[in-house]
Unconditional design. Structure first.
Length: 125
């Protein structure tokens, strides 16, 4: 009889793993308290580069200059879909981690600039 060992990972590690598996090399974000697990996961790996900013508008401009192969992430602003629309960038909000991979693949295949806002609920420690 064989035994399998379950591998546990955080939500941040799952997001970073999904980004890396889709060939994403760079994301843009503004740190916030609720996004610390994602920033921790990004810090502990080297496949996905994080570009930090102090304001979403500046990051949106930087992301646009890098081209369509990068995904911009809003990590703190709850109205980021409206903000992206003001720049003519399609945006989608993902509320469940099990939907993230499909949405990410769809947006990458579109070969256009897109924004994915991933909202997560942190578990109580």
């Amino acid at each position: 009889m064989s035994h399998r060992t379950a591998t546990c990972m955080t939500g941040g590690q799952a997001v970073v793993g999904t980004l890396a598996s889709q060939g994403i090399e760079r994301i843009f974000g503004v740190p916030g308290g609720h996004s610390i697990p994602l920033f921790d996961a990004l810090h502990r790996q080297s496949d996905v580069q994080l570009v930090l900013g102090r304001h979403e508008q500046g990051l949106a401009g930087m992301q646009r200059n890098f081209g369509h192969s990068d995904i911009g992430c809003a990590l703190t602003n709850p109205d980021f879909q409206k903000f992206a629309a003001a720049f003519g960038v399609p945006a989608v909000r993902v509320d469940r981690i099990d939907q993230f991979g499909d949405v990410l693949e769809e947006k990458i295949c579109s070969e256009k600039l897109n924004l994915i806002e991933l909202t997560v609920e942190l578990a109580d420690p």
